[in-house]
Design a protein around this ligand. Structure first.
Ligand code: ACM
Length: 721
């Protein structure tokens, strides 16, 4: 069985690329001025300020940004000073800012300027922030950059942390060296809760990998890292009270309490809260390996290696269960200072409850009519324990039911409607439906999901205040230490922008341009979303000369989790936590940049009525390279078990190349392609679009668009080629 959430999620049909069809200047004008356009003539020219803003690659886009005159050069004499309130965290932030600026420019920079008047960037902080970061704190900042200096002001250090990130992203190579454009920015977030939920149970993600990804979250102004610390496949935190949890439930892969404290400090330094999740009463097999008495069947239990929804579930009828949870939650709430404590609560199948006569008797005696009512009984009791330890309880949709106080938070994996239903009853909520990164959606698809749309848009303004924001979710069935960064980045930046920037910021092309620029910056922060692809391709190729493999890999995208699981079941194989993640599907990023570029070129060529000679020449070269690549790759594929599954895909790419070249020939000859030819190409394209080896050829839809266009009457296009 599959986790139902992901199942319904992955049955979502991958739409064709959601491309912005507006001409670029029009799109930019809408983005940057926020005005509704009455007349196309208004699009004719962009002011110099708008042109300047169009070159800026800050993500998330600020709430308000105005272009100024000139730019601030970044040279070796760049310096900063901290004025107003200061503390050790701000000083570390200043040092880190200089280090990152130095890394991303390659310019060695000195430490602080002792004298505020002579510093290039003068930082001013009004007051301290809270000792334990809270979502109600002011995160705003203003940043002024002129040709002679810059000022960053904020009410408290959180705004300064965000302003530093904005400044780093303003810096670009220009004809006169590295510089930040002159701007005036007044920025603050749209939502107070902007997070990433990471499953570290199904595959353990090392302490170091968590740290570098916290750097990534800080770069895009996210403020919550939610760690899904226990599930059927592993219990990932050291408990001193119940040590068999990690000793028997983790294969030795867990965070010590010392590491957790260090991680919390590391995150706090970057304006990020850490919210722990311990999933209960289901998704809990790993607890029962050491403590079988918690389960609703006698056991013995072993760590689950497969993926899905499993039967083991806590016994809600025994007082000992709650005594255990009271001690455990007491220990963990002392370790994790955040005000919020996540108890999961999702996907209980109830089978162990149904099969246990004592539990059935308890349900009759307490008038609990079904498994959902029994789970609610459990959740109400756990909520009292969480509350006793001075925390607000948070959980997935399933926790909402009778008897819940209004201070809990619902995290919705089911959609805006369930969030709206909760808000109508006075409950706060977070959106995660639409932000599941393991669904392998494109950034544009996540970007289109807004916490305040659908049923949430119809809430009263008081109810809307209960929508706190959202969290991207990274479930780790097919994510490992090696590829976790590429599953997270840069797509998480698109979700971060949706949660930070004003709702009117919607331009998809602008978003892609800016997250592309973020990508290289993230590598300088130590993230590995690009470098791991190269390393994994090297292993696949068995050589450093991996150009043919890279050409193919660059055009592929992983199929969804559901497609991958179904393919394995069909092949009579079960993928588990012990399956190596070393195939092409594991190496490639979720979204192909090359396929996106290719699609833009096809669109430009078709939109030009086939007159854009540059686009045509790029397309011809591309199609020819696909044809040639197959022969070069075939030599490699033979005799390499990791590559063998790619042979039919490489062949399909060559066939797409042939279709594309023929389509261009018909277009050049101003001759509509015959119906029979078109039908034959569509068969080839269809075959190339089907997932194979758990990957998809991301370019197939654009080849189809070209084939369709070539079959039209050229006079309809007025082609003058
Ligand atoms: C979930 O996807 N079951 C939270």
């Amino acid at each position: 069985m599959l986790r139902a959430g992901r199942m319904s999620y992955s049955t979502y049909l991958r739409p064709r690329r959601l491309r912005m069809t507006l001409p670029l200047p029009l799109a930019l004008l809408i983005l940057f001025s926020g005005i509704a356009l009455a007349h196309p003539s208004q699009t004719a020219e962009l002011s110099s300020g708008q042109q300047k803003l169009a070159r800026i690659t800050v993500v998330p886009w600020p709430a308000d940004i105005q272009a100024g005159a000139g730019q601030l050069p970044i040279t070796q004499s760049f310096s900063i000073s901290l004025t107003g309130y200061s503390d050790a965290r701000l000083e570390r932030a200043g040092e880190r800012f200089l280090r990152n600026l130095s890394r991303q420019t390659g310019i060695p920079l000195k430490e602080y300027s002792p004298n505020a008047a002579s510093a290039v960037l003068v930082v001013h902080t009004d007051r301290a922030s809270l000792p334990v970061q809270d979502m109600d704190e002011d995160e705003s900042y203003t940043l002024d950059v002129t040709s002679s200096g810059a000022k960053l002001n904020a009410p408290n250090p959180l705004g300064i942390l965000h302003g530093f990130e904005t400044f780093l992203q303003l810096v670009q190579a220009t004809p006169d060296g590295f510089a930040a454009p002159a701007v005036h920015i007044e920025d603050k977030p749209r939502f107070p809760w902007r997070g990433l939920s990471m499953d570290v149970s199904r595959h353990f993600i090392s302490f170091e990998a968590l740290k570098r990804n916290i750097d990534g979250l800080a770069a895009v102004k996210m403020n919550v890292l939610h760690l899904h610390l226990s599930d059927d496949q592993g219990f990932r935190v050291e408990s001193k009270v119940f040590p068999k949890l990690q000793e028997l439930g983790s294969d030795g892969l867990y965070y010590t309490q010392t590491q957790i404290r260090e991680l919390i400090e590391y995150a706090r330094d970057r304006g990020i809260r850490i919210v722990p999740e311990f999933d209960m009463p289901g998704h809990s097999t790993s607890w029962f390996v050491g403590y079988p008495e918690l389960g609703s069947a006698p056991g013995p239990y072993s760590i689950e290696r497969r993926w899905g929804i499993f039967d083991p579930v806590m016994d809600p009828t025994r007082d000992e269960t709650y005594k255990f949870l009271d001690k455990f939650i007491g220990e963990m709430t002392a370790l994790f200072p955040d005000r919020y404590f996540h108890i999961g609560g999702d996907e209980v199948n109830g089978k162990q409850w149904d099969a246990n006569a004592g539990i059935q008797e308890f349900m009759r005696a307490h008038d609990l009519k079904d498994d959902a009512a029994l789970q609610q009984y459990f959740t109400v009791r756990v909520q009292k324990i969480v509350s006793k330890h001075h925390k607000f309880m948070i959980g997935w949709d399933e926790i909402l039911g009778p008897g819940m106080p209004k201070d809990i938070v619902i995290q919705s994996w089911r959609g805006q409607d369930s969030l709206a239903a909760a808000a109508q009853q006075g409950y706060r909520g977070l959106l995660s439906s639409g932000y599941y990164l393991d669904g392998m959606w494109h950034a544009s698809q996540h970007y289109a999901v807004d916490p305040m749309s659908n049923a949430d848009a119809k809430l009263t303004s008081d109810q809307q205040k209960l929508i706190l924001g959202g969290e991207a979710c990274m479930w780790a069935e097919f994510a490992s230490e090696e590829n976790i960064d590429s599953r997270l980045w840069p797509r998480t930046a698109a979700i971060a922008e949706r949660l930070w920037s004003p709702q009117r910021v919607q331009d998809v092309d602008s978003m892609y341009r800016r997250i592309d620029a973020l990508s290289w910056r993230l590598e300088f922060l130590g993230l590995t979303h690009r470098s791991s692809y190269t390393a994994m391709l090297g292993r696949l190729a068995g050589t450093d000369n991996m150009a043919p493999l890279r050409l193919l890999g660059d055009l592929l995208e992983p199929a969804s989790l559901h497609t991958r699981e179904q393919a394995a079941i069909k092949a009579g194989e079960i993928e588990t936590s012990e399956t190596p993640l070393n195939r092409m599907v594991d190496a490639i990023p979720p979204e192909s940049e090359s396929a996106r570029d290719f699609s833009a070129t096809v669109n430009a060529f078709v939109a030009s009525k086939f007159t854009d000679a540059t686009a045509e020449s790029i397309l011809r070269n591309t199609f020819a390279s696909w044809q040639q690549n197959d022969g070069q790759l075939r030599v490699r594929i033979e005799g390499n078990s990791l590559l063998r599954e790619l042979a039919p895909i490489s062949r399909n790419l060559a066939l797409l190349g042939a279709s594309g070249l023929q389509a261009l020939n018909y277009i050049d000859n101003k001759e509509p392609a015959p119906d029979g030819w078109k039908a034959a190409q569509l068969v080839i394209i269809n075959q190339a679009q089907a997932p194979q080896a758990d990957v998809l050829l991301g370019v197939a839809p654009s080849v189809e668009a070209l084939v369709q266009a070539s079959a039209n009457d050229p006079s309809a296009y007025g082609a003058s080629h």
